[in-house]
Design a protein. Structure first.
Lengths: 420, 420
């Protein structure tokens, strides 16, 4: 678990974009936007008495877009939600943790459909408008009797986002939620979200669940585009362990209750919406990285001077994913050679003699050669709860940032005893 | 450290290929072939009083071929050896552990060249015929005063391969060496080798050093080809941690002292040579996998029924590299869903409903669905020191095997304190 002091986010507190104002909302979450309600219950799916079944519901029908796992083994709730979202509409999401409902065949699909039906009945909508999200152990059937009994216990409220945030946690040690208020050209709207990590996390959507909500009225074409862009700079730049799961899903629902004119691509409002959505997703992505399984440190790798954005992204992701880099940072070991080795194997064209490497503000390599530095100061950087790594390739102008966490003995302990 | 019982290799003890006979030599190594001598000394490069500087020398000039790291950051000894091997000839290799001489700029190149000169002087050959191999920490200069003082202490002998095997170890807990005797069409020759792991190991030559020797006379064109093929089924199918180093090198030297007619591609002798070389490399690769940093188990993943060899290889390598699979096997946790998730994200086209999954001889998934099995028997398989995983994709006829090890708390401990 990483404590992230508020001061690191001070520069996000107020961001001015054109005529827009974007402010983080204190204790914001997935129900901060108007008309969204949520709730959760401890249905008994997880072993301990913890929230594990939840519901998100919008008082008005939503335009909805999502990105799904790239894993070719797709969990039943992913198959079902993917199919239902072809309509571009949804009104509710039923969520469980403790069981992924993956590798469960036809029975799994029937169970996911029944979960949606139960939820639809509870809130009085058509099952076709309900999406399903599951996370947990792969290969076990959903305990439907617990879900049937539990779903009626869920009480929805405008403050229920916090419960939902806890209900989707698996090995997460902290809930991940936030919201921003946006004011642009006389319109005001809110974007909020909730996410979970914290293992099987790797680029290509990371492995995670994320539900985003907004009361803005958003054109569905732009909504898709904005989600893809936001995910590219946030969840797709997070790596915990190189594994990706069959259950990944990032969903956004826009219910239009803010009453603004529909936001269309290319407009001033679209720019503000994109920036706000990026901030929400980056905030959640960093929380996921910092709360990776067994993590004690957040690692932030920024590659600059790359010939292209694609190469900057690849290099940053490779370094932040390297088990050897992660283990060294865990131990506060100033083994910067591993960072050089990782960028060298990333597949990005690098020129060794042009590379500058920084740990925090301390330059340890200039033009590919070690430079002398204060070891005491470097150990200070490495012992911090956030370790920034800066790689200047000096080949171009593109920059990208990726986030991850250190690799600890505890990661192994958690993952060698997940089922037993 | 993994103890590999001899019985697992019984099926390799005698292999009949066409008219050929291939036998593993007891206590064989890199100096088993005629005319190869080696030796090592404790020069003080490693912290403890351990062998860390060695020399391999052939009494007759050799045809030589090598494969080098694909990392774009290349260590000085790699740059030097790669350039010298353009001639296709070599007679000696000087080796050190404890310092990789990587990221050391012009000084590193000068140091590598001096190391070759010192060795050449000692054995009375031209420096151009001497290759250099280094392994250890990246970014530190070679302690040349120790190397200058140590090189004269190395005493070559026909039994010195065992010393050399220990001199190239870093975090390896066991030396890795073997040799086979080949008899084909009236000719007899030996192929031997020595290798080291055991971190920064991943396909694309793994991260390793391997020196192979043979007294066969081999056409240089075929030697290149045979090495590439052998590496493809051995070192390129080993993964410890997904990292690759700037120092990887697999070298083969053929001195012709067996007096056979030159082995040319397509001949009966070439078939026997290839099979023998494959066996030597697979043996060494498995030793590297089983002795991965912190490893307590060797994992062998065989993917069959793939549409192509490339896809079989990719799927096997992805599963054996998955941190979550590795951690589960470390803990003896029967979390087979992670194997399904790993093959699903491998990029190989799989059809979930066709996959059969075996742990040892126990089928846990048939046609994509969990099947009931004896948990007691499965825990028995998982508690063994070798854990075989079999994935039948049922899409084609191609098969490939990859090797790796479990992920333990000790791996993290080793790698979080490598320099400190």
């Amino acid at each position: 678990m990483v404590k992230i002091s508020l001061s690191c986010y001070v520069h996000y507190d107020i961001v001015l974009v054109m005529e827009a104002r974007i402010e983080f909302i204190a204790s914001g979450g997935v129900t901060s936007a108007q008309g969204f309600n949520a709730g959760a219950t401890a249905a008994g799916i997880k072993k301990k008495d913890a929230l594990d079944l939840g519901l998100l519901f919008s008082e008005a029908p939503c335009a909805a877009a999502a990105l799904f796992t790239t894993n070719r083994i797709k969990a039943a709730p992913v198959v079902l939600s993917q199919q239902r979202l072809k309509s571009g509409r949804a009104v509710a999401v039923v969520v469980n943790s403790g069981c992924a409902n993956a590798c469960t065949g036809e029975q799994g699909l029937r169970d996911a459909a029944e979960m949606a039906e139960l939820a639809a009945e509870g809130v009085g909508v058509s099952p076709e408008e309900v999406l399903v999200v599951s996370t947990g152990v792969i290969g076990l059937p959903l305990p439907m009797e617990l879900i049937r009994a539990g779903i009626g216990q869920v009480i929805l409220s405008g403050d229920g986002g916090h419960e939902l945030a806890r209900a989707i946690m698996t090995t997460d040690t902290l809930p991940k939620e936030t919201a921003v208020a946006v004011s642009v050209d006389g319109s005001e709207f809110i974007i909020g979200g909730v996410a979970k990590g914290s293992g099987m996390i790797h680029p290509n959507l990371a492995t995670l669940l994320c539900l985003l909500t907004t009361d803005a009225t958003v054109d569905i074409g732009f909504l898709h585009l904005a989600l893809r862009k936001a995910v590219d700079v946030s969840f797709n730049m997070v790596s915990i362990d190189g594994d990706t799961s069959p259950n990944d899903m990032v969903l956004i629902m826009a219910n239009g209750l803010a009453g603004n004119e529909p936001i269309l691509q290319g407009s001033n409002q679209a720019g503000a919406f994109q920036q706000a959505l990026d901030q929400v997703c980056i905030y959640l992505a960093k929380r996921i990285a910092g709360d990776g399984e067994g993590a004690s440190k957040l690692i932030e790798v920024t590659v600059s001077g790359a010939p292209s954005i694609a190469e900057a992204r690849l290099a940053a992701r490779t370094v932040v994913s390297s088990p050897l880099v992660k283990a060294a940072i865990h131990g506060g070991d100033p083994n910067w050679g591993r960072i050089m080795a990782a960028v060298g194997r990333s597949g990005v064209e690098v020129v060794e003699s042009k590379i500058d490497l920084y740990l925090g503000n301390i330059c340890v390599v200039r033009e590919g050669r070690p430079v002398s530095f204060s070891k005491r100061e470097l150990l200070g950087v490495l012992s911090d709860s956030e370790v920034p790594i800066g790689l200047q390739l000096n080949l171009g102008t593109a920059t990208a940032t990726a986030w991850g966490c250190d690799l600890s003995e505890e990661y192994v302990t958690i993952n060698s005893q997940y089922m037993t």
